[in-house]
Design a protein around this ligand. Structure first.
Ligand code: PLP
Length: 462
């Protein structure tokens, strides 16, 4: 591809980046030796770097975000038209795209009723925590304030979101944390904490009840879970898990918060991940795929029952949710999100996700049959993981250097995949993630699998 930036300008831009930008998630010592990689253009499933080299993006912008693919002019136009008409107003005022997107979103979420706008996944989760805390004050004298989270789940980057983060390696540097967040065990059967048990899903869910009873049910107000754990190793909860979780939440009057930041907006083949399991959440948070990265937007969605708890007498200090996000008043987010949803519907991308997801899982299973290093493959829709092991019998995790070598080899062969980098748990740092845009075709997936197959062969032979 001919990049639409003159070569001299690109050199200057790379230098400007190197001299001025602090990159996310990067040990910048490496830039002593190499230039940062710049992604200059994108179209559909493909991106082009500063050297004009094409890559197949197998991870939707790195972190499960660009669900409808790159270069969507209709989204850009919707945002542009909205911005020149009315770009922003916050507080108690409404905006046209805010109302329209909320109506459309709620139509896809039976049982849910209200949309609260924010900017990032972390922030949406923090707002859910604030609702739990405010309800604890309003109804239980502050006592029912604890919020449970699950090992290996991730809910964001702020200190309180990290306080509910199950990636210990990612947290270690940032304590002390916000009190009142309590971990429950993960539910990855491949790495069972209870040996071989008949009904692992029910066993793992019962562990939540054990924590509630240990802490005291009168102190636990909320439970936050990813429907399918993402960065924690692509963990699809086993059969029986969700039914039991729902029962436990109802029994102990614990509000169930589902973090759909990754799974939301079609990633797993349904609008939301929780919809595979017949769950009735009290709150749902979402971010990444909501506008596919064309604008920053996140949402907290609640039931009418939760909403009504915050409709009190005007002179009651607990009467309403005393919260605002300055940029929750930007219209670019809902305008982009509305068009993003139109694309998902008109191009039948949920159906494509189910079909292509099944195809991808089949191809990954083939690789498992061929390569001893593959211990487990798991996923739903276009949200798949491959766990690499040093020994299939003992399930000893493959060393991180090997996982990163596979990622680097795929990249050298023009496919961008990611390897989770947290070293705290086996099954996590050694899991490769695949999450192509929901527009992908069989031939895109074949290209990806071919790069991966070659990488697994080359790295294990080295
Ligand atoms: N929740 C989940 C499941 C995530 O994966 C992430 C980010 O990766 C977040 C929340 C935080 O979202 P953000 O980075 O937009 O704050």
């Amino acid at each position: 591809m001919n990049l639409h930036v003159p070569e001299n300008d690109i050199t200057a831009i790379v230098e400007a980046d190197k001299a001025n930008v602090w990159h996310h998630l990067t040990n910048h010592k490496k830039f002593d030796a190499v230039d940062p990689l710049m992604i200059i253009e994108g179209k559909g499933m493909r991106v082009w770097n500063q050297a004009g080299r094409e890559h197949l993006d197998c991870v939707s912008g790195g972190v499960w975000t660009v669900n409808v693919g790159y270069g969507r002019e209709s989204i850009a136009n919707a945002v542009r038209d909205q911005l020149v008409k009315m770009n922003y107003f916050a507080g108690a005022m409404g905006t046209v795209p805010g109302a329209q997107f909320a109506e459309k979103l709620i139509s896809k979420m039976p049982g849910m009723s209200r949309v609260y706008y924010a900017n990032s996944g972390s922030e949406a989760n923090e707002k859910a925590y604030k609702l739990v805390r405010q309800l604890a004050h309003k109804k239980y004298g502050g006592k029912k304030h604890k919020i449970l989270f699950r090992e290996r789940d991730y809910h964001g980057t702020t200190i309180t979101a990290l306080s509910s983060g199950g990636h210990t390696e990612r947290n270690a540097q940032y304590g002390p944390f916000t009190p009142g967040f309590v971990p429950v065990p993960h539910c990855l059967e491949y790495r069972s904490q209870w040996g071989e048990v008949e009904d692992y899903g029910v066993r793992a869910a019962n562990a939540i009840e054990e924590v509630i009873l240990r802490e005291g049910a009168d102190t636990v107000g909320g439970l936050i879970l990813e429907p399918i754990t993402a960065g924690g190793g692509v963990i699809v909860p086993p059969k029986g898990y969700w039914d039991r979780v729902q029962e436990i939440c109802k029994k102990y009057d614990v509000l169930l918060i589902i973090d759909e930041v990754v799974c939301g907006m079609g990633r797993t083949g349904t609008w939301f991940g929780y919809q595979h399991y017949g769950i009735e959440p009290d709150m749902v948070t979402m971010a990444k795929g909501v506008a596919s990265g064309y604008a920053a937007i996140s949402c907290l969605v609640t039931t009418e029952a939760v909403y009504n708890e915050f409709k009190g007498d005007m002179d009651d200090p607990m009467s309403y949710f005393r919260d605002i996000s300055t940029f929750g008043g930007c219209t670019s987010g809902p305008a982009a999100a509305l068009e993003n949803m139109r694309i998902l519907e008109d191009e039948n991308l949920l159906e494509n996700t189910t079909a292509m997801g099944d195809y991808l899982m089949g191809r990954l299973e083939e690789l498992k049959g061929k390569h001893e290093i593959v211990g487990d493959v798991r996923g739903k829709g276009l949200f798949c993981g491959m766990e690499l092991v040093a020994d299939r019998d003992t399930r000893e995790a493959a060393p991180e250097s090997m996982v990163q070598a596979v990622v680097a080899d795929c990249f050298a062969h023009n496919a961008v995949v990611i390897g989770a980098t947290n070293r705290s748990f086996p099954g996590f740092n050694n899991t490769l993630c695949f999450s192509p845009a929901l527009i992908c075709t069989k031939s895109d997936l074949d290209e990806m699998v071919e790069a991966l197959d070659g990488a697994l062969t080359r790295v294990t032979a080295a």
